[in-house]
Design a protein around this ligand. Structure first.
Ligand SMILES: [Zn+2]
Length: 371
């Protein structure tokens, strides 16, 4: 029962964003007292505006010099240690040809890739995890991180072709990171200017986007009893909240005619339909931050989560329905049952839950296994 009462108190805490109008996600929580000392976790300081700055992240061994402002690239050894100790990722590996091969892929055309023995990309991935955890109070159960040069997909004939535009992907607890992780889509800022991300922004955005898919996977697949953490109606409600129709088209949800049509399951006026092509060229009232956000509900949600973590003020201003949905609903996801404690803090104290082998593993199982 303690979980329920804690969850209620957090719900009440975040259900009144009006009381802190400038607050981004992290401001609804007390300062970072929730990080266990043993984790040596990053201390994030939330600024007044929409920036989440990892002021001093030193996830495992100290990798940031005492002199502020010029973080040194993490080594792969440090990265692996941080992912394993802080985020309980079981395996971090540079993928092999055998790991990726399917169909007629030829080893002579194939290259391995990782950020190297030392790279800022490692710092930025850790930043993405830390910022995500800060915004949501927990993490989807990432079990494995694998680096590949490029994603391969099947063409119409089923043959493997390179997809050089994908920076990362997520599925069943595996986070796959490609060389293209350092490139990202243009995104509206809070002033409605389309900005191309820096390498650092691209990495943190790509990784938090994938963790957004992780939220969805966790919420949809893990129907647990208590504490809650499952949200099987996530997409049904998200589609309605942000303007997706039953037949998979997106409309400007801030238009009354669209809201009425969604309620009655009729077709909204065509003039309010948003597509990847017109998403960023038309001044919609509920404006997708990226054209990719208008692809489908799943990518919409992952992009919205990404923006909620990294650019909450931009999301709040451009896409208020999306911001409100995530802000008011996030207590149901991931670590929602233990809002007062970081999940690792809870693990250190011992969880009262017992494993139930008949159901799918949840983040709780991971925590318990880690003890
Ligand atoms: Zn995606």
């Amino acid at each position: 029962m303690q979980y329920e009462s804690q969850e209620e108190s957090q719900k009440q805490g975040i259900a009144s964003p009006q009381s802190t109008p400038a607050a981004g996600p992290a401001l609804s929580k007390p300062p970072s007292t929730r990080l266990p000392a043993w984790a040596g976790g990053p201390v994030l300081q939330r600024k007044e505006d929409d920036q989440i700055n990892a002021v001093a992240h030193a996830p495992a061994p100290a990798v940031t010099p005492a002199v502020a402002g010029t973080p040194q690239p993490m080594t792969r050894v440090q990265f692996d240690a941080a992912m394993k100790t802080r985020y309980r990722v079981a395996a971090i590996k540079t993928g092999s040809f055998q790991d990726q091969a399917f169909g007629e892929m030829k080893q002579t055309d194939w290259n391995a890739w990782s950020p190297g023995t030392s790279s800022m990309v490692y710092n930025w991935i850790i930043d993405a995890f830390a910022n995500f955890e800060k915004a949501f109070g927990g993490m989807p159960p990432v079990k494995e991180v694998v680096f590949f040069d490029v994603r391969y997909q099947r063409d119409d004939q089923g043959k493997p072709v390179k997809d050089t535009s994908t920076g990362a992907s997520y599925g069943v607890g595996q986070l796959t990171i490609y060389r293209a992780v350092q490139q990202g889509n243009q995104m509206f800022d809070v002033q409605s200017a389309l900005k191309t991300p820096t390498s650092e922004q691209a990495v943190t955005r790509n990784i938090t986007h994938e963790l957004g898919h992780g939220i969805a996977e966790t919420a949809l697949n893990q129907r647990t009893d208590q504490p809650p953490g499952a949200d099987p109606d996530l997409f049904k409600d998200y589609r309605r909240a942000v303007g997706w129709t039953d037949d998979g088209k997106l409309y400007d949800i801030q238009e009354q005619a669209v809201q009425n049509a969604l309620k009655t399951h009729t077709s909204p006026p065509a003039e309010f339909q948003i597509t990847p092509k017109n998403a960023t060229t038309t001044p919609w009232k509920e404006r997708p931050l990226t054209s990719y956000m208008a692809t489908n509900p799943s990518e919409d949600f992952a992009e919205a989560v990404m923006a909620y973590v990294n650019e909450p003020q931009s999301l709040k201003v451009q896409s208020p329905a999306r911001y409100q949905f995530i802000h008011q609903r996030k207590a149901r996801w991931l670590a929602s049952g233990q809002p007062k404690m970081n999940i690792w803090e809870r693990a250190a104290r011992g969880s009262p839950r017992t494993l139930q082998p008949s159901r799918k593993p949840t983040i709780w199982d991971r925590v318990l296994e880690a003890q």
